[in-house]
Design a protein around this ligand. Structure first.
Ligand code: NAD
Ligand code: IPM
Ligand code: MN
Length: 347
């Protein structure tokens, strides 16, 4: 890298600022001068100041940056069912869409030291190493919304192009198999999804295995035999739900990182899968590992620094092997102690 990489920092709300502080502290100690972080208001804290979850200035700063690192947004303070009131989540959806980040990568690995921290039986989860490829800028999240006093609707729509491009990402990431998730026995969008994925497979990736799994069965298979999966390809809403479910294979949602990509030349967005955890915000007990692992994904996918990414990932694995356990994993390590434990393995 020539000069420091510019990273727009969006700490957000709840535990967001706490886990972001941990990742930045670790990054600055591990590779000083490589990354420069510029914080921006985003989410609920932005609504408090300017009435919107993402201002034009914040979006412009993200567009101009080399990557975006995000904590989490949202919380009870801004929860409302009023369609006209601003919501923190609008900022997140608007940012993903504006940056063209249609592919959300969520790796799920059963970490050996943590196999007993999962509520699932060790023999079922040992060896799990899967990737959820979630479509991120289409589907029911972005279709037209209608609300009257007595009626509401959310339109779910996908175009052939939207399915083709996310299918290519999934096949390109697969080592052996893509499990494409849909509800083709009911939904028209799922029938299009299945046809397009089948064609992309046949025309471009015939050497890989492809299976179609109905989403209800997939939810069951994920906890009964997670080792059968390599890449799970899912539309926006299914991928959101299945990835939180998959988090429990690792033992906690506090361990799952993500990378949102899809716009070559533009910045990627790197964020933990979890939310702002209002129930533990301010206690100093948030698990920072999902954000630290998202930082590693930023190093890899955003900057091609496989060396740095794998060093951070190895340090997390070593700290866990040495006994690091935050409260979500049944221990009592604080956010600060967890960060220090990973750092001790790194430098
Ligand atoms: P959540 O992920 O915030 O919390 C679910 C549970 O997991 C809580 O018990 C929480 O304490 C725990 N948890 C989450 N992250 C943790 C961590 N790092 N360490 C320890 N425990 C952790 O989900 P929720 O409660 O459904 O949502 C809370 C708010 O977050 C909502 O406003 C929601 O919209 C928002 N949210 C934001 C994002 C995001 O910014 N990307 C993602 C999901 C939810
Ligand atoms: C996630 C979150 C978001 C989503 C919300 C906060 C809009 O749950 O990043 O998984 O549904 O995409
Ligand atoms: Mn989610």
């Amino acid at each position: 890298m020539s000069g420091a990489a510019q990273v727009a920092l969006l700490p957000g709300d709840g535990i967001g600022p706490e886990v972001i502080a941990a990742a930045v502290q670790l990054c600055e100690a591990f590779c000083p001068g490589d990354y420069e972080f510029e914080p921006q208001l985003f989410g609920g804290c932005s609504i408090d100041v300017s009435g919107v979850a993402m201002t034009d200035e914040t979006l412009a700063a993200c567009r101009a940056a080399d990557a975006v690192l995000l904590g989490a947004v949202g919380g009870p303070k801004w929860d409302t069912t009023d369609a006209d009131a601003p919501r923190p989540e609008q900022g997140l959806l608007g940012l993903r869409k504006a940056l063209g980040l249609y592919a959300n990568l969520r790796p799920v690995k059963a970490i050996e030291a943590l196999v007993d921290a999962s509520p699932l039986r060790a023999e079922r989860i040992t060896g799990t190493d899967l990737l959820v490829v979630r479509e991120l800028t289409g589907g029911i999240y972005f279709g037209e919304k209608v609300r009257t006093d007595r009626f509401a609707s959310d339109l779910c729509q996908y175009s052939v192009e939207e399915v083709e491009r996310i299918a290519r990402i999934a096949f390109s990431a697969a080592r052996s198999k893509v499990s494409s998730i849909d509800k083709a026995n009911v939904l028209e969008t799922s029938r299009l999804w299945r046809e397009v994925v089948t064609r992309v497979h046949k025309d471009e990736f015939a050497d890989l295995e492809l299976e179609h799994v109905l989403v209800d069965n997939a939810a069951m298979q994920l906890v009964s035999m997670p080792t059968q999966f390599d890449v799970i390809l899912a539309e926006n809403l299914f991928g959101d739900i299945l990835s939180d479910e998959a988090a429990m294979i690792t033992g906690s949602i506090g361990l799952l990182p993500s990378a949102s990509i899809g716009n070559p030349g533009g910045p990627g967005l790197f964020e933990p899968v979890h939310g702002s955890a209002p129930d533990i915000a301010g206690t100093g007990l948030a698990n920072p590992l999902a954000t630290i692992l998202s930082l590693a994904m930023m190093m890899r996918h955003g900057f091609g620094r496989e060396d740095q990414a794998s060093a951070v990932e190895s340090a997390v694995a070593s700290a866990l092997a040495a006994g690091l356990r935050t409260t979500d994993l049944g221990g009592n390590a604080t956010t600060e102690e967890a960060t220090a434990a990973v750092l001790a393995e790194l430098v």
